[in-house]
Design a protein around this ligand. Structure first.
Ligand code: SAM
Length: 210
């Protein structure tokens, strides 16, 4: 079990060795006066905890590895990768209003995350070629996102990305994507659970692209 850390104030929680903020935290409330994430990037979603757990079990992450997060929102998994393994992390999102929340949480965990405002569709092969691992959590929630991510996966393969991982609570667009991607690429769809910060289960699509 993880070491219990004494938390300095309310509305902060600990998970997988990092600390994150709830919506009711005083600094989050302050940021919300100026920034309004508009595509569901308004909290740390549970699929991010699933992927943290999966990363711990699979030992995929190494120090200095360059990893890219798609649709990072407040960046819980990006922060985990930088904190747990010392990865060089880039967090991307179409909604620039998520980044002040990511930066606040990154500084609380004493890590640096590079951020970039860009949509999934605009991420090029050239950009992907800089990363060995690309991942996203809870980013396949609308029907058209299946096609968009399928095309992105194919670009990642051509760019030489080794692993592409998507965690999801189990929405239909995600299953449609998983079926199509696994028909073309090597990989698995894992049913997974985690116990931090509380019990949650869902799915991890792990594609071995090399
Ligand atoms: C449900 S939230 C998940 C956030 C984060 N991954 C997590 O698990 O906490 C979905 C995120 O995807 C971003 N997003 C939605 N559509 C996008 C697109 N077309 N390109 C890039 N980011 C997008 C949203 O802004 C939001 O931050």
């Amino acid at each position: 079990m993880p070491e219990l850390q004494e938390l300095p104030e309310s509305h902060i929680f600990q998970t997988y060795g990092i600390v994150l903020l709830e919506n009711k935290h005083r600094l989050v409330k302050k940021l919300k006066r100026h920034y309004t994430p508009s595509i569901h990037g308004h909290k740390a979603w549970n699929s991010s905890f699933l992927l943290m757990d999966y990363f711990l079990h699979t030992k995929l992450l190494n120090k200095q590895q360059r990893v890219l997060e798609l649709g990072c929102g407040w960046g819980p998994t990006s922060i985990f990768c930088a904190h747990h393994a010392g990865c060089q992390v880039t967090g991307t999102d179409r909604d620039e209003d998520v980044f002040p929340f990511l930066e606040l949480q990154a500084s609380m965990n004493q890590v640096e995350i590079t951020t970039q405002t860009i949509s999934f569709e605009k991420i090029t092969k050239n950009m992907l070629s800089e990363y060995s691992i690309v991942f996203g959590t809870d980013i396949c929630f609308w029907d058209d996102l299946s096609r968009i991510h399928y095309n992105l996966i194919n670009r990642a393969k051509q760019a030489g990305v080794k692993h592409l991982l998507l965690a999801d609570p189990g929405r239909q667009p995600f299953f449609d994507l998983a079926e199509k991607a696994l028909a073309r690429h090597d990989g698995d769809l894992h049913q997974w659970y985690c116990n931090e910060p509380e019990y949650f289960d869902g799915f991890i699509l792990h594609l071995n692209l090399q």
